[in-house]
Design a protein around this ligand. Structure first.
Ligand code: SF4
Length: 266
């Protein structure tokens, strides 16, 4: 049975999320030198640090009250969220509600938020005026996926991050060639982006699910090893890389929030 056929069989997710409509302006991607220096300093300090220490320092010492976690609630998201919850359950958890997710992802999101006890989970939606103007039929993903990502991910996230100095992601180096040299701390659009799982392996992620007894995404056991928006995600085949099912058949490999407004890599 295909995932899309199962939607009607999945219970409607409980709504723990506050819906946030975007406001404000897009941030200039030019990075001030002081931010570059700070990222270098953090990378030096965190070169040998555990993920737990990186998260503890980021949340309680470096950016207290000024940092958010961005989660896709995809196939591996539970590991980072579990580790974050050990430090701070009040940190804002930002989820990009593109309107194109599998229903299973929304269900999983609500399960994890409830399990970890996060108290400030936010759902970021695209500007309805942007969608009405550029994607009235909802099929922009099939014609201009980078533009679709810009409207549904990049712009809402940039606006939501306006009140933060830093954000935390779950990206890992093994995920694709673009991330092979991923730093733990980097500069992105005028703030620090922290990747505390950068040097984790796929085997470590799998082990963490066992060690922490974390629930898997409902689609994981159906062959979805990396999960994003439904139109741009397929199951992987035996022997394929875990992200082979993302934007399959196109040369797009990176999530919109790690691309610029025009789709160019940052
Ligand atoms: Fe649109 Fe696909 Fe990007 Fe989702 S992943 S925002 S559907 S292009």
């Amino acid at each position: 049975m295909r995932a899309s056929d199962r939607h009607n069989q999945i219970m409607q997710p409980q709504r723990h999320f506050e819906t946030v409509q975007p406001s404000g302006s897009f941030v200039d991607p030019a990075a001030p030198l002081s931010l570059v220096a700070r990222a270098a300093q953090l990378n030096e300090r965190w070169a040998e640090a555990s993920t737990e220490r990186i998260l503890d320092e980021a949340l309680t010492r470096e950016f207290p009250g000024r940092v958010a976690v961005v989660s896709s609630f995809g196939a591996e998201a539970a590991v980072l969220l579990h580790l974050v919850a050990q430090v701070d359950r009040a940190v804002p958890i930002l989820f990009l509600e593109t309107g194109k997710h599998f229903m299973e992802t929304l269900t999983y999101r609500d399960i994890l938020v409830g399990r970890f006890g996060f108290t400030d989970a936010r759902s970021l939606e695209p500007d309805p005026a942007d969608l009405a103007r550029e994607d009235p039929s909802g099929d922009l993903w099939s014609r201009q996926p980078n533009r679709c990502c810009a409207l549904r991910k990049v712009v809402p996230l940039e606006k939501a991050l306006g009140g933060f100095d830093a954000w935390i992601t779950g990206r890992k180096r093994y995920q694709n060639a673009d991330r092979a040299a991923l730093a733990v701390a980097e500069v992105s659009d005028g703030r620090i982006k922290i990747n505390p799982l950068a040097n984790w392996s796929e085997a470590q992620i799998d082990q963490a699910f066992k060690d922490f007894r974390l629930p898997r995404h409902p689609l994981f056991d159906e062959g979805y090893a990396s999960i994003g928006c439904a139109p741009c995600t397929r199951r992987i085949l035996d022997g394929e890389h875990s992200r082979a099912g993302r934007w399959s058949g196109s040369d797009k490999t990176e999530c919109g929030i790690h691309l610029g407004f025009d789709g160019a890599g940052i």
